[in-house]
Design a protein around this ligand. Structure first.
Ligand SMILES: [Zn+2]
Ligand SMILES: [Zn+2]
Length: 339
């Protein structure tokens, strides 16, 4: 089979690998579609501290089960599945409090273990979630990116009356926007970004207001509107945003950060305690695949609005370049591995 492997930072190849056999409690997935994510690009360039090389990258993928290991019913062969990349031990402290995404022995497919940019991938059977027939392939491959939004919203429990502010109209910001509007019915969602084309995409995904914060500070916009955000999501992930969010927030607001920068963020504690803000962080997803599959069945989210490019996997180099360089027109890039 062919697999897309990062041999070492900056060196990505399509190589021949032996067809893997599923171990006990595993299934083998014949991959149909996979999505490129920022973390794939980080591993490619050597910017992910957790990645070990060589590595088959890719943690957003969808396909069909074509073989099962011992202990898995053969009736699963032929099942259409999306794969949760989070593999956890099930018994450590974080697992015991419902946070397998930060398991003490966390393994992420495509990061710590070979992932989905491959014609076939073996994965734990319980990570392969059945996709209902009515959900199309291109929506099924988008389950993982939407679990990021499901993980954020499960923590902060958005309310219709919230005034939500999202920093960043990239894939994480736009999936969160769609969840806030389509699932939680939040009446006012403001999206800030510095790229006009991305803001247009946010509008298309249901943003009530879009603000170019490269042109003028957000504080001016909120002063003029005479409102304060009660829920702030940093999907732009720059270390400076936390303090800006603290300053903008309404008293009693919730702030969610998702950044992975190792640079310090300077924050003023008085700004947090003075308003008794709640600050959450969100990483990957904690058992959110069933949640998002239900959202898709109920048509509460529209993943097709985020897909801007499709490439056969043989053109992964070109696909990665578009993803990294073309921030204006590019949101989600899909790779096709089989029909
Ligand atoms: Zn991702
Ligand atoms: Zn664990």
């Amino acid at each position: 089979m062919k697999s897309i492997t990062v041999q070492q930072p900056q060196q990505m190849v399509i190589e021949n690998r032996p067809l893997p056999e599923p171990a006990p409690e595993e299934v083998r997935v014949k991959v149909k579609l996979a999505g490129i994510c920022g973390s794939d690009s980080h591993i490619f360039h050597g910017h992910n501290p957790f990645a070990k090389y060589p590595r088959v990258i890719g943690h957003e993928f969808f396909g069909v089960i074509d073989a099962v290991g011992e202990g898995v019913t053969t009736s699963r062969i032929g099942e259409r599945v999306s794969v949760d990349p989070v593999i956890s031990c099930g018994h450590c402290y974080p697992c015991s409090v419902g946070k397998p995404n930060v398991c003490a022995a966390l393994v992420v497919l495509g990061v710590h273990r070979d992932g989905g940019f491959s014609e076939y991938a073996v994965v734990p059977a319980k990570n392969a979630h059945r996709i209902p027939d009515e959900v199309p392939d291109e929506s099924a491959v988008m389950v993982e990116p939407f679990t990021i939004a499901a993980n954020v919203t499960a923590q902060v429990q958005p309310r219709e009356e919230d005034i939500a502010l999202i920093f960043g109209a990239g894939p994480m910001g736009l999936t969160t926007l769609q969840a806030l509007k389509g699932v939680y019915g939040v009446k006012r969602v403001i999206v800030a970004d510095r790229i006009a084309e991305r803001l247009e995409m946010a509008k298309h995904c249901g943003a009530d207001h879009i603000v170019d914060n490269g042109k003028a500070p957000l504080s001016a916009w909120f002063e003029r509107a005479q409102i304060k955000p009660t829920l702030i999501i940093d999907a732009a992930c720059h270390p400076s945003i936390l303090q800006e969010a603290i300053a903008l927030a309404s008293p009693a607001a919730r702030i969610v950060i998702m950044g992975f920068s190792s640079e310090p963020s300077q924050v003023v504690q008085q700004g947090i305690t003075g308003k008794e803000l709640s600050i959450f962080s969100s990483r990957l997803n904690a058992n959110k695949f069933p949640v998002v599959i239900k959202w898709l069945q109920e048509k509460r989210i529209a993943p097709e609005k985020l897909i801007t490019h499709r490439f056969p996997y043989q053109q992964v180099g070109e696909a990665m370049t578009v993803f990294e360089k073309d921030q204006k027109s590019c949101c989600k890039v899909l790779l096709k591995f089989s029909e």
